[in-house]
Design a protein around this ligand. Structure first.
Ligand code: DGL
Length: 306
């Protein structure tokens, strides 16, 4: 069960002491209650595309990125496993000082977001928030497609969950949605093979499959945050006149709006313009790959989630 008490530590920082049950009994977790960075979580490197969008639009905030690279990809994992891993990551980011965490991962947004929001947040700390990235993408898609035929490329987990179909259906019932799962795409990115001929083969295969399902598609959502890292191959293989929509910019717009509507949360975000990187893999490996994706040198800190 959860107990709760307040305690004071360090330079007058107030920490909220939380106890949560884990397999080995009750574990103590200390949640700092002073303002902290915005947490961005992904199974691996994909969320960097979301982080990039956030930092471009909202550069004033501090960010903390967590990539569960050691256990990526999540795309074909079961609901239970994705939920367990995502919950661990969110707890880590909360314990590192985040009050607001963005799941920069469609698979986690599709499979774990609702349970975390409904089951975990109320018990853990009702003042913290976890937001997903499927809804903001669904909101914008109706303003982009002219033919009202939209395609989704995403992981098996996201496609099987039908989250995009449901979210788009609620907001834009006139749009016809077709989706294709792209197993391997995220793995290719995680393996740093995004620019290889092998990547091109698998990209073409799935795009062709999607266009065969519905040739009237004029807009394709890259419904996995890893996929913009395959953009050069995607652009090469997409039919003329079809638009490809990566999510970073739309998620950033939506976060900007969220923080405007929730000034209490906005006050809980520190504003130093910094970004810290956490990875469950080796620090060296993360630095090397992040360099390729971000085109800048970053430092990473190793964390364990179990
Ligand atoms: N980048 C994630 C997504 O947006 C997950 C990819 C994976 O781990 O398979 O779905």
């Amino acid at each position: 069960g959860i107990r709760d008490s307040s305690t004071s530590r360090g330079l007058g920082d107030v920490y909220k002491r939380q106890y949560y049950s884990s397999a080995g009994g009750e574990t103590e977790m200390i949640l700092p209650s002073n303002p902290g960075p915005i947490g961005v979580f992904d199974s691996g490197y994909g969320g960097l595309t979301i982080l990039h969008g956030l930092r471009q639009m909202l550069p004033q905030y501090d960010y903390m990125y967590l990539g569960d690279n050691a256990r990526a990809p999540y795309g074909s994992r079961s609901f239970e496993v994705v939920y367990k891993f995502t919950r661990q990551a969110v707890l880590k980011l909360f314990s590192m000082g985040c009050h607001l965490v963005i799941l920069g991962c469609n698979t986690a947004s599709a499979k774990a977001l609702r349970s975390i929001q409904q089951r975990d947040i109320p018990e853990l700390d009702p003042d913290r928030r976890v937001l997903g990235i499927i809804r903001p993408t669904a909101e914008v898609i109706g303003t982009l497609t002219k033919s009202r035929h939209v395609g989704i490329l995403a992981t098996e987990g996201t496609i099987k969950s039908e989250s995009y179909k449901m979210e788009i259906g609620k907001l834009w019932p006139d749009i016809q949605v077709s989706g294709v799962a792209c197993p391997l795409w995220a793995a290719i990115v995680e393996a740093n093979e995004a620019d290889s001929p092998g990547a091109d083969y698998f990209v073409k295969k799935r795009i062709d499959q999607l266009m065969r399902m519905d040739e009237d598609i004029d807009t394709i959502i890259l419904g996995c945050t890893h996929y913009p890292l395959l953009m050069s191959s995607i652009v090469k293989n997409i039919p003329d006149g079809v638009m490809v929509v990566p999510q970073g910019q739309y998620v950033a717009n939506s976060l900007k709006d969220y923080l405007k509507r929730h000034p209490n949360m906005e006050q809980m975000v520190t504003k130093g313009g910094t970004c810290q990187y956490l990875t469950t893999e080796s620090e060296e490996k993360f630095k090397e790959s992040a360099m390729i994706f971000l085109h800048e040198q970053v430092n990473a800190t190793h964390v364990d989630l179990e």
